[in-house]
Design a protein. Sequence first.
Length: 275
Amino acid sequence: MDQAGEFTLQIDLGELVARARQGDREALEAVLATIAPSVRRFGLRMCKNVHDAEDVLQDTLINIANHLGEFEGRSSVSSWVFALTRSACTRKRRGLKNQPPVSDESVAETPDHAPNPEARAADHELASALSRALDGLSDDYREVILLRDIEGLSAPEAASSLGISVDALKSRLHRAREALRGALRPLLEPASEQPPSGCPDVALLWSKKLEGDLSQGDCSAMEKHLATCPACGAACDALKRALLACQRVRTEEVPPDIQARVKAAVRAWAAQTSL
Ligand SMILES: [Zn+2]
């Protein structure tokens, strides 16, 4: 599995952003339409509340439209967009404690990836469990999983969004993935034994490998161990399945009202620029 594969926000936004910065309304609309699904997912997961997530989406889209001219490209577009989304979430969530978790129905709709009904049911079950597991993570952990494993930002982009170093991001990410795997354990590793003492921490090694931080030698040693140790093999497979389920969240269907939000943001921007 290659995590570096498909990055939602990295379809060439650069040129569209450049045109939008010149005041091209269609380009602006295209930019906002491209990023809106990610902004909505992030807001929904961080606010745990559909109504607030809609406000976060609207605020963020208008913010992006109004400040695109000031975006200097020092960070990537993705980093900047998620930094804006985060601060909209923070504003929204201040004083809003103990929100009920987002219902599975609103976030766990997975399109049919799997070829047969049994596999589709298993995918759906995993998507629902992932949704609950994410709700149960601390905000710090949920945020890094959302940015890196669900939205597919690179580690430097995610670090830049959060205003932390890449090393800090990676160390938080490894711990968050471990917490996610732990939360999904009843589903993904129901019968597996704890690895015998003396086994390497394969889930951590795998996570480091995904971040490009595992040496060739350590990687071969890990692969060799995985081939002979069923408990570690199960742990590693569970993490891979959890991360694959994260990637699938990106292909969830976009709610139909999202285009209306984009158009409203463009109208607000146009009204302001014509003052
Ligand atoms: Zn082992």
